[in-house]
Design a protein around this ligand. Structure first.
Ligand SMILES: Cc1cc2nc3c(=O)[nH]c(=O)nc-3n(C[C@H](O)[C@H](O)[C@H](O)COP(=O)(O)OP(=O)(O)OC[C@H]3O[C@@H](n4cnc5c(N)ncnc54)[C@H](O)[C@@H]3O)c2cc1C
Length: 433
């Protein structure tokens, strides 16, 4: 029975469609898909890159176009559909978000790499979960409107999978914290204004307990962002150095000593977010493979048909798992192990797409003949493995599923009950011995 307090979902859908028609170009006209959602071969861009290798200026322009779109969408009331009204959202059930997304998927809308999804999908909900009322007011809406951008300052040169081993130090001095340390692989940092960092305020307690989270302004003295030049040409990632960077205690996110919980919540959003599903993922997905198989007249080949059926099924399973995770969030629960399953399925599906194009294209994947939609797949094949590492590697996701879903024995954690300082000392003795 529909809730009389909610707008009729079909009216909502048609209003959203009408708004999109007024403000965006339909995908079929942008020459990407037919009306049934299948890809149109040979028209529009054939870019299926997972990570875009752009110059700083190209990246800035792309970000600007995405920002303009997001601001328009926000001002029309479509950017925070399932967020609570207290935070500026419309408080609608996820079914409305799905209805809107389904409509938006038929249109060509700008989207720029990793930073906007990190900022809106990870940083904003983490601040909503742990921020004071003042922090929520200050950050959530501006992040969701892309007036400001936030990135994730978690990984360090010697703390990735074992994130609780971060060594960036946070020292309280009056009502300010002094941060010292180095972060690495920070996606999008050179265009962000804020970073959500975890740092160690106490090395004399076990590693997970001595961490605190902070919102670090990149214009603070002592904060330096250095882009990493990738071998493929672009600079999607950065190092961020903090040297005696002073930040106000008002920018601490969550209580002192709760940094691990903040980080885990943020990573949970990341897994839920990257779970994705759907056939039209950035970097090329089922629809594009189907169009490729048809173009190559391999659609009747039983091996290819089997492969396409498998790919379609896997995309659907990932989509349903993702919906289950979204329903859990909507019910007020924090992200659970469904996120790990969703992320594993997503990266496995990207790998299957790489296998499928390798089978279909053979040498055309590595030798550029100039033919549309062929050599371009190389950028998918080379980029996809990155997401098997980002946001917690496949192995770490499997550990989570093993322990939290299957109830398998936990990994041995020799440093669980000793102070971080002692664990570091033991590791040094172990190495030298
Ligand atoms: C595309 C991309 C974007 C990223 N963006 C960001 C970002 O914006 N912000 C940020 O903070 N970080 C970011 N990272 C960093 C990312 O979170 C780390 O690379 C990741 O957590 C792995 O850490 P590591 O690189 O230190 O590898 P390590 O932790 O050293 O792992 C090396 C290998 O050992 C395996 N391994 C480690 N521990 C275990 C275990 N207990 N059991 C089984 N196997 C294990 C791993 O799976 C991996 O194969 C990004 C990384 C990539 C690739």
């Amino acid at each position: 029975m529909p809730d009389p307090a909610l707008p009729d979902i079909e009216d909502f859908r048609s209003n959203a469609r009408a708004w999109l028609e007024r403000n965006a170009e339909p995908l079929s006209e942008a020459s990407h898909t037919n009306d049934d959602g299948s890809a149109v071969w040979g028209q529009g861009s054939d870019n299926v890159a997972v990570f875009h290798n752009l110059t700083e200026q190209q990246e800035a322009e792309r970000l600007e176009a995405t920002r303009a779109w997001q601001q328009k969408k926000f001002d029309a009331g479509y950017a925070m559909l399932n967020w609570s009204p207290a935070l500026g959202g419309r408080g609608l059930p996820n079914s409305y978000l799905r209805a809107y997304n389904g409509e938006e998927a038929r249109f060509h809308v700008p989207s720029a790499g990793e930073l906007p999804p990190t900022s809106m999908g990870l940083i904003a909900p983490t601040i909503a979960a742990y921020g004071t009322e003042k922090q929520q007011l200050h950050f959530v809406k501006p992040l969701m409107r892309m007036d400001i951008l936030g990135c994730q300052l978690f990984s360090e040169p010697s703390a990735g999978s074992d994130l609780a081993s971060v060594t960036t130090r946070a020292t309280l001095d009056g009502d300010e914290w002094i941060l010292n340390g180095q972060k690495v692989w920070t996606s999008g940092a050179r265009f962000a204004q804020w970073g959500l960092a975890i740092a160690r305020h106490d090395a004399d307690v076990p590693k997970h307990k001595g961490l605190t989270a902070f919102l670090v302004p990149f214009d603070a003295d002592g904060v330096e962002v250095r882009p990493i030049k990738q071998m493929s040409g672009g600079s999607n990632f950065n190092e961020v150095f903090m040297t005696d960077a002073r930040i106000s205690d008002a920018l601490r996110l969550g209580p002192v000593g709760e940094g691990w919980r903040v980080a885990i919540t943020c990573l949970g959003f990341e897994r839920d977010h990257s779970g994705g599903g759907g056939g039209g993922h950035a970097g090329g997905g089922y629809r594009q493979i189907q169009a490729l198989a048809q173009h190559l007249e391999r659609g009747d080949d039983p091996v290819i048909r089997q492969m396409l059926a498998r790919l379609y099924t896997d995309y659907k399973v990932a989509q349903y798992t993702n919906r289950r995770a979204a329903a859990r969030l909507k019910a007020g629960q924090t992200p659970g192990p469904e996120g790990s399953l969703g992320k594993l399925m997503w990266t496995a599906n990207m790998a299957s797409v790489s296998d499928a194009v390798s089978l279909l294209l053979g040498p055309r994947l590595v030798a550029d003949t100039g033919e549309w939609g062929t050599f371009a797949w190389g950028e998918h094949v080379l980029g996809a493995p990155g997401y098997r590492i980002a946001g917690g590697s496949d192995e770490i996701q499997r550990n989570i599923v093993g322990e939290r879903v299957l109830g398998l024995p936990a990994e041995p954690r020799v440093d669980k009950d000793i102070s971080f300082a002692d664990a570091q000392r033991n590791a040094r003795i172990g190495h030298s011995g």
